[in-house]
Structures are given as structure tokens and as C-alpha cells.
Write a protein that binds this ligand. Structure first.
Ligand code: DC
Length: 446
């Protein structure tokens, strides 16, 4: 069977996404290239043709809504006409280029374009490039990419393209115009340019088209490999979590806040504070309502064959806590890349006094290499319910708060390498501390 794929390729201007998206469409069967920016350019062109001020939404929208658009596929790419005229190469003219960011910032225009882009799905597989394809147009597709390159390299590429077309803009002018557009595209209120959650980021600086296309195709193949989390048995998982959920409701009257912050698809790390044996069941039983999650547990627990078989069925990854366990790390990273959810306790072990502890170094590494965003989680009351010192489960109230997603963009903003790993761990613990504070002040309600 020929599966339908929607390949979302986002990124700033001249990051290489058009060439790469075209190439990807060529290499896949039944796949069509879509340049979503050309629709925004089409709207701009139409307004210029009609003598409409492109900065005024009140004038733009009536003209847009009256126009008739027709889409067709030519040479495996989508082309369109507006009111019977194909703008073609005129979409690349300087006047269109300079006005298009204003047009693309108008919410009504975006609704119009997004609706038309979604309709193209009926044509088959799509390699669609743009700014918000993974975040807004097709947020559920597993094939999300974000291509980037440093501004100088992007400006050089654009300058060479323009020179090849006989345009005489200076390199410095091209760089400035590109930076102006980057700024407008990423700061506008509606659907700003950003790395979609779960998107695979490729820095194309210094890499050729062939190399980037290969990275992207390899990633698609990787996503389609039989999933590593086949080991997780959904029936066992749900029964186990349901059981824990009932116990926690009865004994600890546990309450769940912010479940909506867990994305339903794509790799994600759920990172919680840790003060009690009951934290994994609390996090598992509450996040189950959104998706299944892999936990890590001491490998010694797997020594008992029955216990080991059970833990594996519910997707638990064995971890040798005395050594930096490379195998467990690799399994978790692969799971995240495969689009699964992995729960972690950044502090490593249970807190001895219930207070938050500093993060272990491995957490930042895992987050960086897993290419996944992080949901910070604060579990309240678990220390009082069952601490390292109390002899068993007590009837104390427990609450779990899922915080706002720490996006890939935020994580990548912390830099690369070892220095970034510790910053990532610190950022996660800071977010957990903020959740704790807000919860204790009574500021968290739903
Ligand atoms: O990719 P491009 O240069 O042809 O894009 C033209 C403009 O449209 C640019 O300012 C960004 C905007 N755009 C957008 O806002 N969302 C998209 N999905 C694609 C393009």
C-alpha cells in the first residue's frame, strides 16, 4: 500500500527548504511539492494588481474573498491561477517580495491560505514547505522538519539566486531585507515562524542539497521503522495505570492539573520532581488520559523474572543507576525519535526531605539528543504520602501539575554541548520550582 505522507518543511527564508522539499517530492512515489509561501505571494500579487494597499486588512480581505483560485498539479508541483491568470514568475518580483510579510501577517489571509493548503491533501502525499506547516497547517503529521542556516549564508544563497535572474541588488541589501522579513515573520501575532513541537531541526549551513535531502529522507525512513516501543503492551499499560489511578483516588484523593499541556503526538519528555515511590504511578496514571509513557527503573527490579516481564510489558526501560547507562539512554533517545513519550525524574533519586534537588547531568544530554520538547511536572504531597522514611502509604492528599511545554526552540536557544546540557537540566528544575510555587500559592486551578 502506498501510504500518504504529509511532509512539513518549515524554516526561515533561503534556508534551503524549497529545493529540499522539491527534491523530496521527486524521490517519493505519488508526492507533490507545495510552496505555501507562493499562496501568500499570490495574495500579495493580486492586491498589487488590483491597486490595493497591502498594509490595510480592511481593503485586502474583500478583494481576496471575491477572487477565484484554481489549483492544479504540474511537474509534481502545485500551481494556481487567480481569476483566470497564472501569476507564475511574477510571484518572485521585488514589489511582491517586499510586501508579502505584511500580507502574511493578516489573520484573515492566513485563514484563507491555511484552508486551501489543507484541501490539497486530497491530491496525495505532500512535501509542503513554509513557516507554519508543522505548527498550524498539519500539526498532527509525524513528518515535521525545521531547516535553518545562519543569516549570512542564507543571504548569500538568495543573492546568488537573484543575480542568476539578472537582478542587481547588493549582497548587503539582500541580507538586510532578509533580516527584516525574518523579524516580521517571527514576531507577528498569528502563526509566527517557530520550530513546531516534535520537528526535526536540520542546520543546513555548509551542507549541500543532496546531504540535507539525505538527512531528511533517512529521518522519514527512521520514523517508519517498526517502533522500538513495540515492547509496550497497551492493554497491560492501561490496566496498570487504571489500577494505580483508582488507588490514588481512594487513598490520596489525587487531583490532576494542566493535562492539556501534554502534546498528543510526537516525541515528548515528561519531567517530574521525585520525592516518593508513588511519583511514577502518579505521573503514569494521570498522563495516561493523554498518552502512554515509558518510565525508567533500576535494573535490579528486573532481576525477578515475573517483575521483569511485567515492567517490560508496561514499557519500563531498565536503568543501571551506578554507571552512566548508555544503553538505557540510547533506548530512551530512540523512543523519543520514534515519537514516543518518556518520563524522567531529573533529580535522579527521591529527595530525602521532600525539597527539590539539583538535576543530574544526564537529563540535559537526553533532552538535547532526543530532539523532543519537555513537559515539566510538579507532584505535590507525594513526600507526605510515602517518603523515604515513612513506612508505607499514608492517607495524604496528592496533586499533579503538568506545566507549559518547554519547546525545542527554547532548548536549542541554550546552545550546544556540555554547557548546554547543564543549562537544560537547570531550566527544567526551574520550571518545576515555578509550578510548585504557583501551586502552593493557590494559583493553579484547572
Ligand atoms: O517562503 P517565501 O519566501 O515564499 O514566503 C513568502 C512570505 O510568506 C514570507 O514573508 C513568509 C510568509 N509565509 C508564511 O507566513 N507562512 C507560510 N507557511 C509560508 C510563507
Amino acid at each position: 500500500m502506498n501510504r500518504q505522507r504529509i511532509i512539513a518543511i518549515d524554516g526561515p527564508a533561503a534556508s534551503g527548504k524549497s529545493t529540499v522539499a522539491r527534491e523530496v517530492a521527486k524521490r517519493m512515489s505519488n508526492c507533490i511539492y507545495v510552496d505555501s509561501g507562493s499562496l501568500y505571494r499570490g495574495v500579495t500579487w493580486k492586491m498589487i494588481q488590483s491597486g490595493v494597499n497591502t498594509k490595510n486588512p480592511l481593503l485586502v480581505l474583500p478583494v481576496l474573498l471575491k477572487s477565484k483560485w484554481k489549483f492544479e498539479v504540474r511537474d509534481r508541483a502545485v500551481v494556481f491561477s487567480i481569476d483566470g491568470v497564472e501569476p507564475g514568475e511574477a510571484l518572485r518580483d521585488k514589489d511582491v517580495r517586499e510586501a508579502v510579510s505584511d500580507i502574511a501577517a493578516i489573520p484573515g489571509v492566513r485563514i484563507f491560505v491555511v484552508r486551501n493548503l489543507r484541501k490539497l491533501k486530497k491530491l496525495g502525499s505532500l512535501a509542503m514547505e513554509g513557516r507554519d506547516i508543522g505548527s498550524v497547517v498539519f500539526p498532527k503529521t509525524p513528518y515535521k522538519f525545521y531547516l535553518d542556516a545562519n543569516p549570512e549564508e542564507r543571504a548569500n544563497r538568495r543573492h546568488a539566486e537573484l543575480a542568476a535572474k539578472g537582478e542587481t541588488e547588493k549582497a548587503q541589501e539582500v541580507l538586510e531585507s532578509l533580516q527584516r522579513r525574518d523579524q516580521k515573520d517571527s514576531s507577528r501575532k498569528t502563526a509566527p515562524l517557530k520550530i513546531a513541537d516534535g520537528a526535526y531541526v536540520i542546520d543546513t549551513s555548509g551542507h549541500g542539497i543532496e546531504e540535507v535531502t539525505r538527512i531528511l529522507m533517512d529521518r522519514i525512513a527512521e520514523l517508519e521503522k517498526p517502533r522500538t516501543d513495540k515492547m509496550l503492551n497497551p492493554v497491560w499499560y492501561h490496566i496498570t495505570c487504571k489500577f494505580f489511578g483508582i488507588c490514588l483516588s481512594v487513598v490520596n484523593r489525587y487531583k490532576i492539573y494542566g493535562l492539556k499541556n501534554i502534546p498528543e503526538t510526537g516525541g515528548v519528555i515528561i519531567a517530574s520532581n521525585h520525592a516518593s515511590y508513588i511519583d511514577p504511578p502518579v505521573v503514569g496514571a494521570s498522563s495516561r488520559k493523554k498518552r502512554m509513557t515509558h518510565f525508567m527503573a533500576r535494573d535490579t527490579l528486573f532481576r525477578n523474572p515475573l517483575m521483569g516481564a511485567f515492567l517490560r510489558r508496561v514499557g519500563v526501560i531498565p536503568l543501571d543507576r551506578d554507571k552512566g547507562d548508555i544503553k538505557a539512554m540510547k533506548t530512551a533517545i530512540q523512543l523519543l525519535k520514534d515519537g514516543a513519550s518518556v518520563a524522567l525524574f531529573p533529580e535522579g533519586t527521591r529527595s530525602v526531605d521532600g525539597t527539590l534537588q539539583p538535576p543530574k547531568p544526564g537529563i540535559g544530554f537526553l533532552v538535547a539528543k532526543g530532539h523532543a520538547p519537555v513537559v515539566p511536572v510538579y507532584v505535590h504531597g507525594s513526600y507526605e504520602a510515602w517518603s523515604k522514611h515513612s513506612g508505607g502509604l499514608k492517607f495524604k492528599p496528592v496533586a499533579v501539575v503538568f506545566g507549559k511545554l518547554i519547546t525545542r526552540e527554547e532548548i536549542l536557544g541554550l546552545g550546544e554541548g556540555r554547557a548546554a546540557y547543564s543549562l537544560i537540566g537547570e531550566l527544567i528544575m526551574k520550571r518545576i520550582a515555578e509550578l510548585k510555587e504557583n501551586f502552593e500559592k493557590g494559583l493553579i486551578h484547572e
